[in-house]
Design a protein around this ligand. Structure first.
Ligand SMILES: Nc1ccn([C@@H]2O[C@H](COP(=O)(O)O)[C@@H](O)[C@H]2O)c(=O)n1
Length: 590
């Protein structure tokens, strides 16, 4: 863990079930390779993960089984360790490569900005040349204009100990927001390609699909359908991401899919038992069942010690320590602990309802947006200022708001844009349409959920845990999370209490529950409105990311505007504007 990181508290644990084939899975780490310095349950860093993987590989060797590490993308954007350097990723690429990841793929965040895609092509792809798989992503060379696969389309290899043949794919969901130096082929088209049809006809013991795809998204179902049609009995294992939740499901009895959360809070564990080798299986009179297990490991040192049977002295390897030291140096050089101000209280994204005094969205709407959305030439003009909730990525904790926090909260280069003098009777309808457009904005790429937080692709209704449960046994499937308040098991720390298709026992650490309140796609501040009556026209100000939806909503309200009508409203990114607001409004020191 990093110097000064919060120390984890002991908690009741569930063990890992080892199988013949075992996996550790990271996804949507978004640059959090230093761990969560302020949150004890997630405060291990990438160096600790290096040590952990080493011990787990040794255990696999001792047992004569296999362990593979997989990563399903969105490794970048969302933390100062990646975002604060110039160029972005100056330190991150060399830190990430220290882990031996066996199969990895691209996420959408590797592709939003052309320079980020260049970085992926120049660094992570060659760093993991044999292991990086890009089944539906191409890169366009800026000099020659040549279009080429971002990496090999699929990977065929044998596991170390049991010599199991694996065919592995690496997919990205049907993402359309990529920069023009990359091409994302829709999954339905990719699986019709000759190379894919040949790959699924390879002689293999199992298929592994790593994907920056939610495990309940259609893209994974299509890939599963195509592989299964050709291979009625071969095990197919899916590792997903993008939606930022812990989740697991099975598409049929010989397949399994896991998603392992977000922000390096979680290390996913999947294990498989049964007749995996096709030659052995073919010799048997009938095909035996496969047994799949999953665990969501909280990324903290006490848990990692527990699962490896080690302690503070015997756990860290020299390699792991060096990686932790490299991260600490990078954080120091980037001055990530520089404080813009001191947050007077904690502001939550989804742990409190919106609106509320401790909702980050209420804070933005009531305090920040009215203050930063000011164009000096139009400051008297009444305006509606719309922000998409997906632009905010994390909670603000009471205490120092640092350079690191700015990227944690808002890593995007979002700009405030506007359409001047929109009739108010039209402009006022926009927010309602963005939040409740129903079927009109349901299908990609205009799916209105893309404006909101990724978690809400999976969680559609609030999860409130205020009623204490009567269940007390750690492995009791009836156990209900207990909320942030006083609990019947006072020793439990609040944390993930995941319910997936397999049951309620997926988390390695037994926690009391945390409330999740569903938030709207967008919020709106009314600024400089007349004290009485309604304005005839307003400036409609909004984050540039949501331009297509705003134009569509205006059209539905009878206003015919297009991209040419959209202008820059204020200089600077929203992240810079927010940091400036904090410097001005919150005390410098805590
Ligand atoms: N410039 C941007 C880019 C993205 N967003 C929001 O992030 C969501 C995607 O997040 P993932 O980590 O799941 O890829 C997207 O749906 C937007 O809500 C943004 O606000 N501005």
């Amino acid at each position: 863990a990093q110097p000064g990181a919060a120390k984890p508290a002991p908690a009741p644990m569930r063990d890992l079930d080892w199988g013949k084939l075992n996996f550790l899975h990271t996804t949507d780490t978004h640059g959090w390779h230093a761990g969560h310095l302020q949150e004890s349950q997630f405060s291990a860093d990438w160096g600790d993960y290096v040590s952990f993987a080493r011990h787990m590989r040794e255990r696999a060797d001792d047992l004569g089984v296999d362990l593979l590490l997989v990563d399903t993308g969105d490794r970048v954007e969302g933390n100062g360790l990646y975002d604060a350097s110039s160029p972005k990723g100056k330190y991150y690429y060399d830190i990430y490569r220290e882990q031996q990841v066996d199969i990895l793929c691209t996420g959408n965040h590797e592709l939003y900005v052309a320079a980020t895609a260049d970085g992926e092509h120049l660094h992570t792809v060659p760093n993991f040349k044999a292991n990086y798989v890009a089944s539906n992503v191409d890169y366009i060379d800026p000099r020659s204009g040549e279009r080429m696969p971002m990496a090999q389309r699929y990977r065929k290899f044998q596991t170390k100990n049991q010599k199991l043949d694996v065919v592995a794919f690496g997919f990205l969901f049907d993402f359309t927001g990529n920069a023009n130096n990359t091409v994302v082929q829709p999954v339905k088209a990719a699986i019709r390609e000759k190379w894919f049809q040949e790959a699924i006809r390879e002689e293999t013991d199992l298929f592994v699909v790593v994907g920056h795809v939610g495990v309940r998204m259609q893209e994974f179902k299509d890939i599963f359908g195509a592989i299964r049609k050709q291979n009625p009995l071969t095990p197919i294992l899916f590792f997903g991401g993008h939606v930022h939740v812990r989740d697991a499901t099975a598409y049929d009895p010989r397949s399994f899919a896991i998603a392992s959360g977000r922000y390096f809070e979680t290390i996913g564990w999947m294990s498989v038992n049964g007749d995996l080798s096709r030659t052995e299986a073919e010799a048997l009179p009938t095909t035996g069942p496969l047994a799949f297990q999953r665990r969501y490991i909280d990324n903290n040192l006490l848990g990692l010690h527990h699962h490896t049977g080690r302690n503070a002295t015997t756990f860290p390897t020299e390699h792991g320590r060096n990686v932790s030291a490299t991260i600490a140096n990078a954080r120091r050089e980037l001055d990530l602990d520089y404080a813009f101000g001191c947050a007077p209280k904690t502001y939550w994204m989804t742990r409190s309802p919106y609106p509320a005094h401790d909702s980050i969205y209420s804070w933005l709407e009531e305090e920040v947006l009215p203050d930063v959305a000011v164009n000096p030439n139009r400051k008297e003009v009444p305006r509606l200022v719309i922000a998409n909730t997906g632009a905010i990525r994390f909670d603000i904790f009471k205490g120092a708001f640092t350079r690191d926090t700015t990227y944690i909260i808002s890593p995007f280069l979002s700009a405030l844009t506007y359409i001047p003098d929109v009739p108010y009777h039209m402009a006022r309808k926009v927010i309602k349409l963005l939040n409740n457009a129903g079927k009109i904005m349901e299908s990609a790429p205009m799916d209105s959920r893309f404006m909101g937080i990724p978690e809400q692709f999976a969680i559609r209704e609030s999860i409130i845990n205020e009623i204490p449960s009567s269940a007390t046994h750690p492995n009791d499937a009836r156990q209900k999370p207990l909320g942030d308040g006083p609990s019947e098991r006072p020793n439990l720390t609040p944390g993930y209490t995941t319910r997936d298709d397999i049951g309620h026992d997926g988390d390695d650490t037994i926690h009391s529950g945390i409330n999740f309140y569903v938030v709207p796609n967008c919020i709106q501040a009314e600024v400089a409105f007349p004290s009485e009556g309604e304005p005839a026209t307003v400036d409609l100000v909004f984050f540039d990311f949501i331009t297509p939806w705003v134009l569509m909503a205006l059209r539905l309200s009878g206003g015919h505007y297009d991209d040419e009508d959209v202008q820059r409203y204020v200089d600077g990114t929203f992240t810079e504007l927010m940091a400036g607001w904090i410097e001005k409004n919150w005390p410098r020191r805590c």
